[in-house]
Design a protein around this ligand. Structure first.
Ligand SMILES: Cc1cc2nc3c(=O)[nH]c(=O)nc-3n(C[C@H](O)[C@H](O)[C@H](O)COP(=O)(O)O)c2cc1C
Length: 188
């Protein structure tokens, strides 16, 4: 079993992208290969970042908690809506708190929008962000268009095309995580 952490980055009331996050969560659990921890940024006290966790004199408990869930993962999935051609500010704010916690983590990217743009711009920028934190962005991404039509509220795909893409993404992600975990084990 791989320890997988999903970091979900929308905190807006009425957020639709939670559907994509739930979909990935469900398929990962159904694979039988993943123990999933879901970080919903909305549930944690992560104020606008002033200092990284490593530089905090009096660390904020939720910043410590989220850091542990990141550091303990074999693989991470970032799920974010596209806001103004980028990922959410809440996602970036969370990422910036941490340093070594991200080191050499395989990270899958899921971006979504309510139109046909499907989070493409956000996903490209997220790849750059992941490189900056010394982690590995998986080349295959899951881009979700028309959020209100592709998944229902529980994250069930509403057409075969999105269901196939979701399954392929999760399969590739678990392969990617296994490849990197195997190499890390060899080095221990
Ligand atoms: C501040 C803001 C900026 C947005 N910018 C984009 C954008 O650049 N591209 C896009 O396709 N959709 C954009 N949208 C529409 C979102 O894709 C849509 O609101 C979607 O439901 C966002 O996910 P959420 O419901 O989880 O917040 C934007 C929405 C908001 C609130």
């Amino acid at each position: 079993m791989f320890k997988i952490t999903i970091l979900y980055g929308a905190i807006r009331e009425g957020r639709l992208s939670i559907r994509a996050a739930r979909a990935v969560d469900r398929v990962l659990r159904a694979s039988g290969k993943a123990e999933v921890t879901f970080i919903d940024i909305k549930d944690y006290n992560l104020p606008l970042m002033e200092n990284r966790l490593k530089d905090m004199k009096d660390p904020i408990p939720d910043v410590v908690k989220v850091g542990e869930m990141i550091a303990g993962a074999d693989g991470i999935v970032f799920v974010t809506p596209e806001y103004n051609n980028s990922y959410s500010g809440a996602m970036k704010n969370t990422v910036d708190y941490y340093t070594k916690e991200w080191s050499k983590k395989p990270i899958g990217i899921v971006c979504a929008s309510d139109g046909w743009q499907a989070g493409t711009n956000a996903s490209n920028l997220l790849q750059l962000l992941i490189l900056a934190i010394n982690a590995f962005p998986m080349p295959t991404k899951l881009l979700v268009p028309e959020l209100d039509k592709t998944f229902d509220e529980e994250g069930n795909p509403q057409d075969e095309k999105i269901a196939r893409r979701l399954d392929r993404f999760v399969r590739e992600f678990l392969w990617f995580v296994e490849a990197i975990s195997t190499q890390k084990q060899k080095e221990q």
